[in-house]
Design a protein around this ligand. Structure first.
Ligand code: ADP
Ligand code: ZN
Length: 823
């Protein structure tokens, strides 16, 4: 082949031709090149879901087109098999975010995209594919009618002629009208008398939104106004910022969110509001739908069809606001202007399966890329966010301190020896294939702001908190008592006054372990290194006699969900078994005994199976049909019932002793959050916390609503031992059914990490050691923990092992960057 100048062209180094780079859904840690058959070339686009042959057997697999190129570096390519969905499911902005997640969370891109696209959308749930008929020209139809004798055909032609121009009908409708079969209608398509197209439609009409009356907001308090002005200023500056709105429970944070969104909507942009678990807080979602006409709600209680429908409204730009749980951070809004994360500290923002992402951190990354603000709201901010916001504010305002943004007590920033730790890492770039340009999120210093709302909007102050010492409160009382006499009396008084009560016990079941009275062996799950929890069958109350326990309930493992019968006697020594440890079912039983006839409800994951359960119970509680609401942390959050004047915490220290450095932080958060449910109306509230550790500084600080001294003390301790936020952390959990193989694998990975860490420097590696829960579902478990002052160091470390291919084994190795669960 010659070119115009008669010189031979160099042969193309690689086979030329269009190539699709595909991230397949099977967790394969690299993108694959496929050649594009001619028939797809024209319409294939980045973001589409496609079908490709995979592996030696060319099994059909699905994946997403993540890039289109004109050549491949590989000599031979398999051909793309088909386009599964002609829509662009992944917009460029989200694809970029997913690539960052793939690097940052050390997860194959295909696995990340699996989390990004709701499966209802992928499967086109609720969408009907229909053949739509449009008539040919009237002239053609008239000519044909004059010629045709066949009565069926004549009927079809007559129907087509009768159709108003520019209208369409489904194939089935037309066939029915003409009294014939769809197949007969189809035959006319070849002659050009009608045109057939395939269209995708929801098989139902969504009801029109009820006429919308925007509710007027309240007059803001000075603090609300100040916070709002700051946020609006940053919205209008069109710049990235993270605004930590630290507002005590009932301080009107939601009102601030609503106003900020109002500004976004005025600008013709959209906002995302993340809430921890929306079915728990239908009230929250309602406040947004009341204020804005076009709200899309995404939560686990939706049917797949509704979920798909909402997603389409989001993608089309119709929805102004999305309110949703964790994965709503990926909502494909075309012109996103603000992301709000309510209860920023909540653990449910972290996904516990791959990709192990934290929705708050992903939101911050997304906002940074777009150059828009984030608002993080909490009464009990995570220490990571609190530290950074205070430190940034202190730094920035060192010269001109303002009332709200600084405090003379907190000097966490400039003078600290530990460098400030921008979210997601330092500015340095990571080298290597897995770490292209933006492996690390922005060095975000200077972009975090601290905004405080330190009093409630209502006249009432925060409720008084009283501590009851469990070491002597029940002394001399026969039997088991969850409620001390003091709490019992307070409940009685509250009920007499016609008010309502919330009782928290963050443990489900009846007894958290069953133990032999003689050999003291607790009954363990055969597959997990944890003791089994005894659960009563629902509705079985009455008998407290241990002898009846086997008939009334069974044993359950909270980790692998295995259940078994309660043995009559100890399997080890044959002696009598006793029930120990508290659970919500036991609270329920005690309420029946001590407050007979008083309507109560129990909310935990055993009784709340679907979102209609929450709505029913919360509806009954709001209407006053239920007087006492008891349950796990589910009842601690977000609920706003003005008639609740008493909150009882059955055991304030359940979480305090867990082998996790965040145990104190979680305890403080839980007590503060549940306490915040009391006295929200015009009647003052009381909180009673029962504890074995009344002098513990965390419990003490919680009883004084004193976040600041809790945080300062805890931060001081973390600083001394270099724990987050004073270091970044990653954790690898290795598992195997065979203990020997696990040791082998752990040693190999441990050695590789040590070697790589030495080269990089400034990284501490702990382990391999057995996990606190050494066995789950038959798998033995080891962990390796990595710490470094710089996230970018950990990123480099993981990238090195990733390149070797040694850690990308989802079946046996779980990589958790910025872990929050350490069991
Ligand atoms: P938070 O989210 O901080 O717990 P909310 O936003 O739920 O607080 O506000 C608590 C209650 O106070 C809500 O019922 C809300 O409607 C009301 N509220 C909020 N702001 C004001 C205000 N400025 N004046 C009067 N009531 C307000
Ligand atoms: Zn188990």
């Amino acid at each position: 082949m010659d070119n115009l100048f008669g010189e031979p062209l160099a042969p193309p180094p690689r086979p030329a031709g269009p190539v699709a780079v595909v991230a397949v859904e099977q967790a394969i840690d690299r993108d694959l090149d496929y050649s594009i058959p001619a028939k797809f070339v024209k319409d294939l686009a980045v973001g589409q879901r496609v079908r490709v042959p995979l592996g030696r057997g060319n099994k059909a697999a699905f994946g997403y087109v993540v890039q289109l190129r004109d050549h491949s570096d590989y000599k031979t390519l398999k051909a793309l098999e088909g386009v599964d969905d002609s829509r662009t499911l992944i917009i460029p902005e989200i694809l970029e975010l997913a690539r960052w997640m793939s690097r940052y969370y050390c997860t194959p891109l295909g696995t990340v995209l699996e989390s990004v696209i709701p499966s209802a959308v992928k499967k086109r749930v609720g969408v009907r594919t229909q053949w739509i008929v449009r008539p040919g020209t009237q002239a053609d139809l008239a000519i044909a009618l004059a010629k045709v004798k066949n009565s069926k055909r004549r009927a079809i032609l007559q129907s087509l002629i009768a159709m108003p121009p520019d209208e369409s009908m489904t194939l089935d409708e037309l066939a029915e009208q003409a009294g014939t079969s769809p197949a007969s209608v189809r035959k006319l398509a070849d002659s050009g008398l009608l045109h057939l197209t395939r269209e995708h439609n929801f098989g139902f009409e969504m009801p029109d939104a009820p006429e919308h009356i925007p509710l007027a907001g309240h007059d803001l308090t000075d603090q609300q106004q100040f916070a709002l002005d700051q946020i609006i200023g940053r919205i209008d500056a069109n710049r990235f910022s993270v605004n930590l709105l630290h507002g005590v429970t009932g301080s009107g944070k939601t009102e601030v969110y609503l106003r900020a969104i109002g500004r976004i909507v005025e600008k013709g942009q959209q906002a995302i509001v993340l809430v921890p678990e929306i079915s728990l807080t239908p009230q929250t979602a309602r406040r947004f739908t009341e204020r804005f006409p076009k709200v899309a709600v995404l939560h686990s209680g939706l049917t797949a069809t509704d979920r798909h429908w909402h997603w389409r409204r989001i993608a089309s730009g119709e929805a102004q606001v999305v309110v949703g749980a964790r994965s709503a951070v990926f909502a494909p809004m075309p012109n996103l202007g603000l992301i709000i994360i309510d209860e920023e500290h909540e653990g449910s923002y972290k996904q516990e399966t791959a990709p192990r992402y934290h929705a708050r951190d992903v939101a911050i990354k997304r906002a940074h890329t777009l150059g828009v603000p984030v608002v993080l709201g909490s009464a009990t901010p995570s220490l990571e966010m609190y530290y950074r916001a205070r430190a940034n504010s202190a730094q920035r305002d060192a010269a001109s301190r303002t009332r709200v943004e600084s405090s003379s007590e907190v000097h966490l920033s400039a003078e600290s020896r530990i460098p400030l730790l921008p979210l997601g890492g330092g500015g340095e770039e990571v080298s290597g294939k897995a770490a292209a340009s933006s492996a690390n999120p922005p060095a975000a210093d200077g972009t975090y702001y601290y905004l405080a709302l330190d009093s409630r909007v209502t006249a009432n102050p925060l409720p008084k908190v009283e501590l009851v010492d469990l070491r002597d409160a029940n002394r001399g009382r026969p039997g088991v008592h969850m409620l001390t006499p003091y709490l019992e009396k307070a409940i009685a008084r509250t009920l007499e006054a016609g008010h309502q009560v919330i009782l928290l016990l963050n443990r489900r079941g009846y007894a958290s372990y069953v133990c032999c009275s003689s050999c003291k062996e607790p009954i363990q799950c055969p597959y997990c290194a944890v003791s089994m929890t005894y659960h009563r069958h629902e509705g079985m109350h009455g008998s407290a006699r241990a002898a009846d326990a086997a008939a009334l309930g069974d044993l359950r493992c909270h980790y692998c969900l295995n259940t078994s019968k309660l043995p009559a006697t100890c399997p080890t020594c044959g002696k009598k078994l006793s029930l120990f440890g508290l659970g919500t079912q036991r609270v329920e039983e005690e309420l029946e005994r001590k407050f007979p006839g008083v309507a109560y409800a129990r909310m935990d994951s055993d009784t709340m199976r679907q979102s209609s359960d929450y709505e029913r119970v919360l509806g009954d509680f709001a209407a006053g049909r239920i007087k006492i609401l008891t349950g796990t942390q589910m009842i601690a959050k977000g609920l706003d019932f003005p008639n609740v004047t008493l909150v009882g915490v059955i055991s304030g220290d359940t979480a305090l002793m867990l082998p996790d450095f965040r145990a104190a932080e979680r305890t403080f958060q839980l007590i503060t959050q549940v306490a915040g449910r009391a006295g929200r109306g015009d009647k003052p509230g009381l909180v009673i916390v029962q504890t074995f550790m009344p002098h513990d500084p965390t419990i003490q600080a919680a009883s004084r609503h004193d976040y600041e001294s809790f945080a300062n003390r805890e931060l001081q301790m973390r600083r001394e031992v270099h724990l987050p936020p004073f270091s970044r952390m990653a954790r690898i959990v290795l598992r195997d059914m065979d203990a020997g193989k696990l040791e082998e694998l752990s040693k190999k990975i441990g050695d590789e990490l040590q070697t790589a860490a030495k080269e990089l420097g400034d990284i501490t590696i702990q382990g391999p050691t057995p996990c606190p829960i050494g066995r789950i579902s038959g798998y033995f478990r080891n962990q390796i923990q990595m710490y470094s002052p710089l996230a970018s160091n950990l990123q480099k470390l993981l990238a090195i092992l990733r390149k070797h291919g040694s850690i990308m084994r989802g079946d046996r190795i779980a990589i958790d960057v910025d872990p929050i669960s350490l069991l």
